[in-house]
Structures are given as C-alpha cells and as structure tokens.
Design a protein around this ligand. Sequence first.
Ligand code: NOJ
Length: 567
Amino acid sequence: MIMIGRSYAASGVQSETTRAWWKEAVVYEIYPRSFKDSNGDGIGDLRGIIDKLPYIRDLGADTIWLAPIFQSPNRDNGYDISDYKAIMPEFGTMRDFEMLMAKASSLGIRVILDLVVNHTSDQHPWFQKSRASHDGPYRDYYIWRDSVHGHPPNNWPSAWGGSAWTFEPTTNSSYLHLFSPYQPDLNWDNPFVRDEVFSIMKFWLDKGVSGFRMDAITMISKIPSLRDMSLEELKAPEYVYAAGPHLHAYLREMNDRVLSHYDVMTVGEAYGMHAQDIPLFTESARRELDMVFAFDIVHVDRQGWRKIAWPLSKLKEIYAAAGRPRSPDSWNTVFLDNHDQPRAVSRFGNDAAPFREVSAKAIATLLLTQCGTPFIYQGEELGMTNLPFNGLDDFEDVQVPIEWDAKVKRQGVNPEAFFESLKGLGRDNARSPMQWDMTRNAGFTTANKPWYRVNPNYIEINAQACLQNSKSVYHYFRDLIALRRKYPVLIYGSYQDLDPDHSAVFFYSRESGNSKLLILINMSDRGFTYASPHLAKVSPLISNVEHRSVTKGMTWLAPWEARVYVA
Ligand code: NOJ
C-alpha cells in the first residue's frame, strides 16, 4: 500500500526530505486521443484507457496523468477547452470517467488531470460573451487592448510565432493569446476568473482525482504594462511571459483555497523559468506546487526552431543541478518524453536497427534512477520511435502551420532546414497511435482510418510483441520500476556524478545511509574498456546486456550498455 505523509531522514543532500506518495510514484502519461479506441471511431477514448489499466499496473506505474479529456473543439487536441466540467464526447461520458476512476482505484492507480487554465478555447462561452461587447461581466475574463494605429497592441509573439494578438472587429480591439488564436489567455488578475478556476479544480478533486499537471502555469500572471519586448527578449519571449508579478501569489492562493484541503500532487509546466527560480515553486514552505517540469532537458538539442547536436556534458550538467537542489525540501521530476516532445529513443538514444532496443533501455535506466519523480510517456516503455515525415501535410499539430508561417514565410528561414528540424523535433512524433499489436492500425482502432497515422514500424514494435519477449524494452522498464520500489535510495538518496568529464559514459551514484547504488551507462554507439576505482567492489543488480564481470575496477562496456550495481 502507498504510505502517505510519513517522514524519515535519509542521509546525504536530501536529508530533510519528507516522504510523500507522489515522490515515490511512477507516473505514466496518457494522450487519450492516441491511446486506445474502444468504439471504432478512430479516436482513443476513456473506455479504451479502462481496458488498458491492467497493462499499466503490470508495468508498475501507480499514477496516470491524463492529457486533457474535457470538451474542446480540438484545435490543439484538448489544450483548448470549451467546457471544463464536461468530458469530450469523442472520449466518452462522465459515467465512463467515473468507471475509469473506480477501476483505477481498484488497481491501486491514482489519476491526475491536466489543468489548462492559462487560456481557454475561443469557443468557451466565457470568451463568446467576452468578445461580443465591451460591457458585461465576461469582458474582463480575457485580456483586451485597442490596436495602436492599426498595429497589434504590443510586439509580443505567440509561443509558436506570429503576433500574440488577434483583432476582433465586433469590438474593434484585440485579445491576447500566448499560444494559437484559438486559445485566448484568461485574465488571472480578475478575481472572478480565479474563483472559476478554483471551482473547476474542486469539481474534479471531489470526483477523486489525485492532483493536476498544470499547463503553461508560469504564464498566468502578465506583466501589467504589457510593454514591448526588447530585441534580446524576443529571442526567448517565454521569459517575459513568465515574469508576471503575481504568479507566486496566485499559486499560493490556489494552494490555500484548494490544494491544501486535499491529499494531492501538483506538477507545473515551468515554461520560461530559469533553473535557479524553480525552488520558488517547489519549496514546500512556500505552499505553491509540489514539482515542476523544467525545460532544460527540452532545450538540450534545440536553438529556437533549429535542432542541434547535444553533448552528453549538457545532460550531465542538468542532472547534476537537479541532484543538488538549492533547497533540501524541493522535489524534481524526471522525464525524457511527453506529448510535446519527439520520442526519447530517437532523440537521446539511437533508433536505428542494432541500437534501438538497447539504447531505449539505456535511457530508461537514466529515467528511473535520477533524482525526482519519473514520468513515462505512453509507448516509451516499448521503445516507440519518431514517425517518418515526407512533407508538411504529414503533420497534424496546430503549431506547425503557425510556426512555418512565422519562420519560413515571414522571417525567410530556409524551408528545407526548417523541415529537417521539424522532422526531428515535431510534437506529432509522440502523438501517433499507441502500438498495441501487429494487427491493422496496430490494434489501436478497428476503424478504417485512425485520427492520425500509425507508425509503419508497428509490425515490429508493439506491446504484444514486447509482452511476449522477456528481454524486451517493456520488461526492462518493468524491472527498473520494481528495482526503484525495492531500493528507496533511488528515490530519496543523494546524487553524485562519478565521472563528469567522460564524453560517452554517464556514471553516478545514489546514496543514503549505508545504502549505495552505482549507475553506469554507455551513452554511445561504441564499445570500449572502462575503468574506475568506484567499480572495485560492486555487485550487479540489473543490466540491459548479458552480465560481464568487472576485474580490478575495469570492464568492457558494449554500445549503450547500462548497469546498476550495489556498492
Ligand atoms: C503545453 C501543452 O503541453 C501543449 O501540448 C499545448 O499545446 C500548450 N501547452 C498550450 O496549451
């Protein structure tokens, strides 16, 4: 059973850490649209998720995060909500949701929902009323400004490019949207908006959900002047979006009025936050959030729209910083994949034939042994890969035409170079249907045409094949999760990088009291001999290749070989 609220002191950096269920959780993210279709309409749904809960439980995950399941016109696949208290009809009914909650609970799985309250859909009745006239209580639910000499009110770009303002002829003014024009930003400075958000949260908490992943939460407070950004700021506008003066006050208010009354976990999307500011959200004494998703890992291989090479040293720096939290009572998340990212194995491993499985396992080792609560994204446990793209029409994501227009058409970025980067970084890579088996459409749907195309490699990469093969990526994930549960040092132990300068080997320890584990990963396609005094006296716990002995602190590491040792 999950222990809640017990406290104990572990030795090492995180000595003040209080135990909590969400620190010990292994979270599995579901993108419902692409997970499992139960009624043959080509779109994943809640009943499909219910069917697959035992699969998730068997993997060892104990918490699921559902990407938005609420009524939405789906311009951004549910991140544009038109009714926060209704289930998207394509996904099912409230009764289905209640069944999902009951089934999850019976399997010991907690459910967290996506709280998307920086913006709504432009189809939300609040916005419909807001846009209709200058007067009325809903006008001030959103952020309206007059145009200046026919130009947008300021020079802010949206997160994906193009102006962050859209002109509304009815009232001769423009509304702010930090994402697409279909996603107008709410005005959090209006106390009625905050009341609405808190009521939505209570509605779902009272249905038994165990917390929220908070979308774009750093952007809810806007800088009051809405001044123009400087040229320097325009290179990374998210840091201005996230600089609102009331952000922390609003999160504290949310905590006081809602969260503190429930036993829940919260994880905020920390877009536009510098690493050093993260404890401001997560230090427990500040009573804001429990954890955030920091963006350093997301930025590791990109510069603006451009995909760049990432040296291992960058990953090591990120994890070293996460491993020595500025505050002992601040908690991290660990993730390599989610619905906005390319597939982890294609990005951090090598998805080509000889290395796909072994490298998927190598990076799984990283995911499940670093400091923080791990988040697995559907299909990551199978080593699912990026999609093949032949042209712009192969993309479904609303971000793509907006970015293409802003970068290629307006800024003159080379179209081939842009497309090349998009193939590697595009969000659609993660959104193709889950590959369940080798039947038509990968067993995702019985419809002729799923809502988005299935990766043609499903014949080889699918859950059924993985379940039948005890050496599969799935089974390795499962073993790692079990190991994490057996060795709490992997959760609460301190972190030390044992070889920060090596360009291919990631070697670190987790230590607490007299328990110490060593994690050794070859993050490259090459095999070589590796020696370290730390390997002098170790016994193996798990590895992704056949066990090889260590002699006098020296061992052969095969490409992408990963091992966990007790020291
Ligand atoms: C972050 C979400 O993860 C992404 O999918 C969405 O497009 C934006 N926020 C806007 O809601």
